[in-house]
Design a protein. Structure first.
Length: 277
């Protein structure tokens, strides 16, 4: 049963896990800090409760406690109830969403583990912007991507902003980091995946044409950082290069937008579970 504990003193040590979230040196959601994952807002907190990231404490207003009452039924953890003003002093800024949840990071999943049973996988290299990363997870969840694999140079998907932008889907879509990059791409190929590398090169085939031609049961969509894109080494390791057709002299799209188009096209051609309308 949830233990509701009223917090009136912003200096109360019991809410230290939520303290000064904007401080680079003390922010607890950084791997170099306390190793915590912070969920912000009711919806993201609900998704944390449904994920493998089990929260150990909440900090929020009485209104948000009421909204989460059904989700917290039978959950044994403290809900630190505070006014918006006290919360702002603890967190370091005014929190419009009114509630935070904190969870410790569990053991990371393996690439082999997230590939088991998957048919569509996103593989990222150099995607180091947290908002782009969060958007990719939200797109992946909505468009039938089963897992995400991180290559070199990617940002932390469990950083608070990434989790928030993903609407909590970074906690639900399985992900793993390649230990040896790009050598670990062979793990995908050994598991029957065709590797499609996205590029703005106008000389390569379009997503729809290539996906329609290969008839692959398992597809990995490789996406690189904005600007440089995928490295040439990764390009050479892929099975085929694909592009999004562009017009009006536009050379490329935002990486999260391009990834979403690839996920949609894969789903549209009948590979993803569930209808895409």
């Amino acid at each position: 049963m949830v233990a509701v504990i009223d917090i009136t003193d912003p200096g109360d040590e019991r809410v230290d896990d939520f303290r000064d979230l904007n401080s680079v040196d003390r922010r607890p959601d950084l791997p170099s800090g306390r190793g915590l994952v912070i969920a912000e807002g009711v919806l993201v907190a609900q998704r944390m409760l449904a994920s493998r990231f089990r929260p150990h404490a909440f900090l929020g207003t009485d209104r948000r406690l009421t909204e989460l009452a059904g989700d917290l039924a039978g959950v044994d953890l403290p809900f630190y109830r505070a006014t918006a003003e006290v919360m702002a002093q603890v967190v370091g800024f005014h929190l419009n969403r009114g509630v935070l949840a904190a969870a410790r990071r569990p053991r990371e999943l393996t690439v082999a583990g997230v590939l088991a049973g998957a048919r569509t996988v996103a593989v990222l290299e150099g995607v180091n912007d947290h908002e782009n990363l969060g958007s990719i997870f939200r797109n992946a969840a909505g468009l039938g991507v089963d897992a995400v694999v991180f290559g070199a140079g990617c940002a932390d998907p469990l950083y608070r902003r990434a989790v928030r932008v993903s609407m909590g889907h970074a906690l639900l879509v399985p992900f793993a980091r390649a230990e040896h990059w790009p050598a670990d791409l062979h793990l995908l190929r050994d598991n029957g995946f065709r590797l499609l590398a996205m590029t703005p090169d106008p000389q390569v085939g379009t997503l729809s044409d290539v996906l329609g031609a290969i008839h692959a049961d398992k597809v990995a969509i490789l996406v690189g950082a904005e600007g440089p894109g995928l490295t040439e080494t990764v390009m050479r390791a892929s099975d085929v290069r694909v592009r999004v057709p562009m017009s009006r002299g536009t050379d490329s799209l935002n990486v999260a937008t391009a990834a979403a188009l690839a996920f949609y096209e894969r789903a549209r051609q009948g590979a993803a579970a569930g209808p895409i309308i």
